[in-house]
Design a protein around this ligand. Structure first.
Ligand code: NDP
Ligand code: PMR
Length: 399
């Protein structure tokens, strides 16, 4: 997999390419103004590869956990009071941004053991330390969602650990708004959809049985969605808009060889691929709900945590975007939310006893009160959700 790093310097302003209908944000665009010819570096160095291999090894070592699966609620023989064991929650991509803030918020309560499922073990360890998380409240396990083998290995290690699974949070994501060419996962899927959707799809499917087995009072599968995948909002109408079309690219495997790298079969566009992947995330959550909620009691939900404009998600955007995006969201759209606040919101979706409704897409109003939000027509299209489920099953080797 070719890892792509952030553009280091912005270059000249340019008008949108001729012949392209409408404004496009594809070329490192900034609030409707297009930047061209930015500098991009390919970090496929052996140093990075070595680091990843090391992480894989250490991840497995650190994956060992207590093999006791105590019942969720026990009654003390001393005073007869009921006590709830610590919940176990896996959070993917907990090494930065929203995932880290959520891990911290949950760990701080002392009621949760957080399994930080991360592709970079050392980064995750440093992040947990600097967030002040105490060791007994978290473990780190290696997971690279851009490799289905890694997903399977992660699931095997988790199952072997004997730890129950009460909540799974699919949070990790990559966003490549400046990429001119697609990059690919280990299996050859376009990277954004491959990581954000297919990696999480396999992970959730393989861990569903563990969630089913959990005797915790409320077991949940949470998938992080976004406003930008919902075309019923202003943010979702900023080009390029999410659109999965007739799924012909997904059906072909998104490999760019005999098929398009984009779900709808169109030309590669990194920003669109990300938004498409978020639509898949939100559709997947609803399909899980339809297929499994009634029989299993598991709560399936997605959310838009607010615009956390300071996170690493924008690392591949040009520096000027990264500079102006936070004040733009703070003072103009007023959609800005800090990492800490967003972490509290996601932690609420994980653990708040009042947020047990399944099949729901949560959002928050200005005073940070949660409400059930409306998804766009495409992001709530049942037939599309079913087709994506079936195509994804084939791509990840489940069918
Ligand atoms: P960050 O970039 O800070 O966090 C993303 C995390 O995903 C990082 O920990 C990253 O790991 C991890 N990740 C990326 N690729 C892989 C992979 N192949 N395997 C495992 N982990 C991987 O961004 P955010 O915190 O902003 O994003 C978190 C979620 O929030 C995403 O789902 C995003 O779509 C969503 N979201 C974000 C919004 C925002 O405004 N920021 C708004 C709406 C939704 P590493 O640290 O190693 O890079
Ligand atoms: Mg958006 C209420 C308006 C609103 C909100 C809540 C967001 C959230 N954005 C809004 C409006 C606008 N944005 C407008 C009017 C513009 C054009 C000037 C605009 C532009 C813009 C860009 C170029 N916005 C962006 C980008 C990105 O590259 C981000 C993106 O699409 O990432 C996929 C982004 C975002 N705006 C948001 C949010 C939450 C994002 C990023 C994160 C995400 O959806 O996961």
């Amino acid at each position: 997999m070719a890892l792509q790093a952030a553009a280091l310097l912005p270059s000249t302003f340019s008008v949108p390419k001729e012949g392209k209908s409408g404004a496009s944000f594809k070329d490192s665009s900034l609030f409707g103004v297009s930047f061209a010819d930015h500098i991009k570096a390919d970090f496929t160095s052996s140093a990075l590869r070595c680091k990843r291999e090391f992480n894989q090894r250490t991840g497995v070592v650190r994956a060992q956990t207590t093999a006791t699966a105590a019942p969720a609620i026990t009654r003390s023989s001393m005073d007869g009071k009921k006590t709830l064991r610590k919940g176990s929650v896996i959070i993917t991509g907990a090494s930065s941004g929203l995932g880290l803030a959520t891990a911290k918020a949950l760990a701080e309560t002392g009621k949760w053991h957080v399994i930080m499922a991360c592709r970079d073990f050392l980064k995750a360890e440093r992040a947990a330390k600097s967030a002040g998380m105490s060791k007994e409240n978290y473990s780190i396990m290696h997971l690279d969602l851009a490799s289905l083998d890694s997903v399977r290995q992660f699931v095997d290690s988790y199952k072997r650990s004997g730890r129950p699974l009460d909540v799974l949070v699919c949070n990790a994501a990559v966003y490549q708004p400046t990429a001119k060419e697609p990059s690919f996962t280990a299996e050859g899927f376009e990277l954004s959809v491959g990581t954000n959707h297919l990696g999480h799809f396999l992970l959730s499917r393989l861990l569903l049985d563990d969630l089913k087995k959990s005797d915790y009072p409320s077991k949940r599968l949470i998938i992080v969605g976004s406003i930008t995948g919902n075309t019923n909002t202003l943010a979702g109408n900023v080009p390029p808009k999410a659109n999965l079309g007739d799924l012909r690219g997904l059906a072909g495997g998104l490999n760019g060889l005999n098929t398009s790298t984009m779900i709808d079969g169109g030309e590669f566009d990194g920003a669109k691929a990300y938004k498409d992947s978020k639509v898949c995330n939100m559709l997947t959550m609803q399909e899980f709900h339809r297929r499994f909620h009634e029989d299993t009691g598991i709560t399936f939900a997605s959310l838009y945590p607010g615009c956390i404009a300071t996170t690493g998600l924008f690392r591949e955007h040009i520096p000027l975007f990264r500079l102006l995006f936070p004040p733009f969201q703070k003072y103009i759209t007023k959609g800005f939310v800090s990492e800490e606040e967003a972490g509290k919101r996601l932690a609420q979706v994980v653990s708040d006893p009042s947020l047990t409704k399944s099949g729901v897409y949560w959002s928050w109003n200005k005073s940070s009160a949660s409400f059930e939000n409306q998804l766009s027509q495409e992001a709530s299209d049942q037939e599309k959700a079913r087709k994506i489920w079936e195509l994804s099953e084939k791509l990840v080797g489940l069918a």
